[in-house]
Design a protein around this ligand. Structure first.
Ligand code: FES
Length: 491
């Protein structure tokens, strides 16, 4: 009989190893030269009959083991694992049980320490007294524990469901939910890690695992050098966190100069009219080539030559969406008249010559109207008409970072009711306790800002047409706002 340490191979695999046909091997089994069980042959038996076979050295042994482990893991995933809901409920129940056990253990510990202290006292208790103390203490320790606090059980469950990642050297943190990649989770949390293709090819999203474990969840083509492997490098776009806590060393962009100039051809997903004067252009980036930019930056949008009367049309526009969704870029384009390329680009949008499915080249990013991270001051955003586009990107980024003490938005328009996305602003105000939104006209803006004594204590982001923002910026500086706290984007 074969011992428990033997590994098992299928008859086909064993025949392949022996270099004989499957039929020939089956004959050996029938002749009693080899034993088989349930269509499998034991490696020990193979070595006994053919000692020249070195399974360990050939790697077949390990390969067989890996195949079996893989098959076992697949069976687990496909047949044994419960649904996500059932798993979550069981984890929650186990978290409660664990918390209760910890509390009971603490009681035993306290009892033990108090008995130890009594025995070490100058007048130790008598045996009778000791038994009474022990009985009382045990009764207390074994009393049905109060239900464990849900928060502790929930924390135990969440530590399994979402991993906590700390980034070095910045010290910033984010959570990875489900099986999303580290790159997706980092972008969602407002971080700006170095990356390129987002698809496992370029290697730009490399990070070093300092503590914890990460595992690849999508295939990648990038080849790590031996040194990178030895230093625990992984690709953030292909890996998720395996351990509940992970520490990564990541290259992050902090200033616009950290981001390279890119030129990508995107597809128009939709063109929507937001008002008589403003169109929203939604571009979708190729799956394997996203635009890397910082919230608040601009890009040049270009229409290929020949689209309109053989001309090469282009215009520079702020991205109105957040880098946390780098596949979808939104732009707010105002109606303009004139023959300059940017004016004709706008006219093409308004008269329907640019439509869903068209290709648009995206070139950039440009500009330094970005969020100053790490400041503890309240954030004040002042948007004048289309200045709302970069401000909207900054606000979404600030919300993702979840670091601002409070956010105020003043959106001034040349005419009453000119705010073309009031629902979005009201949604922010409804969702966030510390968010104030005030729509107003340009004429109302200056006196209101002049009367606000808290502005010098805030970080102010002001965006709009040059003719409007320049006098306002001068007024804010004159009223005591420190220059380092005033950030201006003249469109
Ligand atoms: S971003 Fe290119 S490999 Fe990850």
């Amino acid at each position: 009989m074969l011992d428990g340490m033997s590994q098992w191979l299928t008859i086909s695999r064993a025949a392949h190893l022996l270099g004989i046909s499957r039929i020939a091997l089956q004959k050996q089994i029938r002749d009693g030269e080899l034993q088989s069980f349930d269509g499998m042959v034991a490696t020990d038996d193979l070595l006994r009959t053919r000692p020249e076979l070195d399974l360990e050295e050939s790697g077949s042994f390990e390969k067989t083991r890996a195949i079996r482990e893989d098959a076992f893991a697949r069976r687990l995933r496909e047949r044994i694992l419960p649904t996500q809901e059932a798993l979550a409920q069981r984890l929650f129940a186990q978290g409660q049980e664990l918390t209760e056990l910890q509390r009971t253990l603490m009681r035993y510990h306290t009892l033990f320490e108090s008995l130890q202290a009594r025995l070490a006292a100058t007048s130790p208790p008598s045996a009778t007294e000791l038994i009474r103390l022990l009985d009382d203490g045990l009764a207390e320790a074994l009393a049905v524990p109060a239900p464990a606090r849900d928060v502790a059980a929930l924390d135990a469950m969440l530590s399994v469901m979402s991993a906590h990642v700390t980034v070095k050297p910045s010290g910033r943190e984010f959570f990875v939910e489900g099986s999303e990649t580290l790159l997706q989770a980092a972008l969602r949390a407002g971080l700006a890690p170095n990356y390129g293709c987002g698809n496992g090819i370029c290697g730009l999203c490399k990070a070093r695992v300092v503590a914890g474990e990460a595992r690849s969840v999508t295939p990648y083509d990038y080849r790590f050098s031996e040194a990178e492997k030895a230093q625990n490098h992984i690709l953030m776009c292909s890996c998720t966190a395996l351990s509940s806590a992970l520490v990564l060393e990541v290259l992050e962009a902090g200033v616009p100069e950290d981001i390279p100039e890119q030129r990508i051809v995107a597809r128009v997903r939709s063109v929507d009219r937001l008002s008589d004067e403003v169109m929203r252009l939604h571009l979708q980036m190729p799956r394997s080539n996203r635009l890397r930019f910082l919230a608040g930056q601009r890009v040049t949008l270009g229409l290929s030559a020949g689209k309109v009367s053989g001309s090469d049309l282009h215009g520079e526009y702020p991205v109105a969406s957040c880098p946390c969704d780098d596949r979808n870029l939104l732009f707010h384009v105002g109606r303009t008249e004139g023959q300059a390329p940017s004016h004709v680009f706008s006219q093409c949008l308004f008269d329907g010559r640019i439509k869903a499915g068209d290709d648009i080249s995206v070139w950039g990013p440009w500009g330094s109207f970005i969020l100053q991270q790490g400041s503890p001051r309240p954030l004040v955003f002042i948007a004048i008409d289309l200045g709302f586009a970069p401000v909207s990107s900054l606000i979404e980024h600030a919300i993702a970072l979840d670091a601002a003490e409070s956010i105020s938005l003043y959106w001034a328009s040349a005419r009453p009711g000119g705010q073309y996305l009031p629902g979005q602003c009201r949604a922010w105000a409804a969702a966030l306790d510390e968010f104030d939104y005030l729509p107003l006209t340009i004429d109302e803006l200056s006196p209101l800002l002049a009367a606000n004594a808290t502005l010098p204590l805030s970080d102010i982001y002001l965006a709009g047409a040059a003719g409007c923002v320049e006098p306002l910026a001068a007024m804010l500086l004159a009223s005591g706002v420190p220059p380092g706290q005033l950030h201006v984007e003249a469109l």
